[in-house]
Design a protein around this ligand. Sequence first.
Ligand code: NCD
Ligand code: ZN
Ligand code: ZN
Length: 349
Amino acid sequence: MSTIETPNSITITRPDDWHLHLRDGAALASVLPHTARQFARAIVMPNLKPPVTTTVAAAAYRERILAALPEGMSFEPLMTLYLTNNTDPDEIRRAMDSGFIHAVKLYPAGATTNSDAGVTDLRNCYKVLEVMQEVGMPLLVHGEVTDHDIDLFDREAVFIERVMRPLRRDLPALSIVFEHITTKDAAQYVAEAEGPIAATITAHHLLYNRNEIFRGGIRPHYYCLPVLKREEHRLALVTAATSGDERFFLGTDSAPHAIGAKESSCGCAGCYTALHAMELYTQAFADAGALDKLEAFASFNGPAFYGLPRNEGTVTLTRESWTLPATVPMGDNALVPLNAGERIDWKML
Ligand SMILES: NC(=O)N[C@@H](CC(=O)O)C(=O)O
Ligand SMILES: [Zn+2]
Ligand SMILES: [Zn+2]
């Protein structure tokens, strides 16, 4: 696997997205080609309504994804199950045996979009987590506490102390991905922890701090959860992503919401980056003078953690300015991508 790198062009092994929302139905059909153009595979989040809680439901969802894939495009959905207070330990064995389910997702109840069916107390799930540890099924974590007395910007740091440390003390061999980390606390925790732990990092958390949500007015398309943090946290994430540490890998958390659900008096959380994810990551790595570290982050570290082969083939990004559309179709509605109407400096061929 060779990396051909010049300041104006980079060719890397075809990357994967280790954290993605594809939704369902007409929305799925609209957004899937964007991801399939950029990535060979993606870990598909199970927070549908109702959530994907069984192997049977995940199999049906996987078929709907494959049926929505345009002719001539190749893409492999890596399915996940949504953990609830009532998940049956036997469901984990069925999921493992399926071969197409690669992880189980923990949403603390009320933490984010479609998390109402999530876990209210992780102690309800210990039998399930023990089976996951035994069979080698990774746990993916939306790492925020939801208690109302915790400041929104502290939710991830508090999660480390209250949930992550006790969980990993009790189940030290359970593989865990700390999803979409947003703080220096989480980056440091993952870098220093013992045992099988990794983290995904989004492009928007590498490029923006929380000022972006308020630049010249309130900008709902920059609102996601966990919310953008202070500059010192962004810098820590850039350091982690570009460090070469194989525990950190790419997960866009691209999260499509119809325009009206975002531009609202109570707008949904989620940034849509599936259209231009690799361009954004390349920008972040170029800004850090670390283009030589992009391939490991985007194409090697994720498969190594999940025990999957690296992809065949390559993609090339060149330094070429283009303008993001103002909107893109989403079923018979539309969504506003991150950076809508703005110029960006890299282009995937
Ligand atoms: N990241 C988000 O802000 N939103 C995600 C849910 C999630 O990943 O927490 C969504 O499904 O819309
Ligand atoms: Zn999340
Ligand atoms: Zn997500």
